[in-house]
Design a protein around this ligand. Sequence first.
Ligand SMILES: C[S@@+](CC[C@H](N)C(=O)[O-])C[C@H]1O[C@@H](n2cnc3c(N)ncnc32)[C@H](O)[C@@H]1O
Length: 451
Amino acid sequence: MQGLLGEAAAAAFLQSYKEARTYGLRIHPGKLEPQPDVLRSIHSLFKLEPVPWCDTGYYYDEFTRPGRHPYHDAGLYYIQEPSAMSAAELLDPQPGETILDLAAAPGGKSTQIAGKMNGQGLLISNEIHPARAKILSENIERLGFANTVVTNETPDRLSARFPEFFDRILLDSPCSGEGMFRKDPDAVAEWSPGHVEMCASRSSDILRHAALMLKPGGILVYSTCTFNRSENESVIEAFTASHPAFAIEQLERIWPHEQRGEGHFVARLRKLDSQAADAKLHHPVSHPAQAKGRKGQATAPSAAAELELFLRFAADFAPGFSLSQHGEPVRFGDALYWLPRDIDKRFTAASLPGLKLARGGLHLCDIRKNRAEPSHALAKHVSPGDAAWVQSASADDPDTTAYLRGETIPAGSGCSGWGIVAVDGCPLGWGKANGGQIKNHYPKGLRRMGV
Ligand SMILES: C[S@@+](CC[C@H](N)C(=O)[O-])C[C@H]1O[C@@H](n2cnc3c(N)ncnc32)[C@H](O)[C@@H]1O
């Protein structure tokens, strides 16, 4: 660190390890803009103070425990280390674009990107480890995003399938985690010079695949939560030397002795248009998965009948909800999904065969006994006014606690059949009202014990 920072700054850096770590959360603009009172109460409950580099990011007081509040279950915010909010800001995603988050679990940056896309365009959120892909998928669901597909793939399989496909790519690379030492003692235990070199070489390898998937003119953001040059500047220097079509637009570091946050490195690069001709020489023009679809091979099974059942459910119990026109129904066993499409319609159901998916867009329903049973993801995606009825209680109301525990709660007048149980007007999940009671459909795996 002395070599990197110089003597005086290194002393200040080391001193910062005697200070407390920072805690942050990012609010979900799509859910909170229509709920200004709830937003105000989040500010005062968790004593929020703005994070300078992210307009939806805030420091919170660690003793207020926002992760345990029913607002967290409602997907109103995502708990994220403040420095980690910088990478998606530099990526600068735009609504309508096609974006890849290549190393995405548990989903901090993916949920930030999806929030900025405002439901328009396609986000493919990828995670190589199956168990982590599941956690990523659950976080996408909790925050209610519909235009996000979660894949569980290796970078090389993705690059073979999606050449020059994305407008923007984020590679938040698996790194040695030096910037997390204050937050995570395991990162200290795992660190060694050999681990740093292994991470640097793995990052270079993943970057090569990211480069292949970016459209000419596209933006690539590479980030790590580590300090050493080997995994940061050296990786980027070697990459631009071997990929002359890429130009560095910005390099940023967040230091714990200079800013209120843990350590982070972010590099933003642009793939110049001159790459286009060169890249076309090396990659097939047509999309391999699309080509399969056109020949009529291995496409996803038709879901027209299941969609009809879903639309019947929606007409009765979610009359305000409408499906995005940029999508199509896809069935996985009994589950019906609305698969989001990119604007150029290159990503369709014909792109799916052979791709390992953890979430194929918005899970609409499961078909049971020739009926549509709504999915939890749909409850988290709909606006409260879309549902046939909403029963809302405050966060400290015993009914809210009982619902989150999986218990039956009393139904208000006007509740019949499927509807939404909410906290302060923000959906928590489905309930089914009958005879003055609401049967609980909050997923078993999410239910709280002993609160
Ligand atoms: C720094 S974490 C990502 C954090 C995430 N972007 C977020 O904001 O929540 C890096 C991820 O890369 C994954 N990973 C590990 N090896 C990988 C590889 N060879 N290719 C792609 N991803 C890998 C890890 O499982 C881990 O989830």
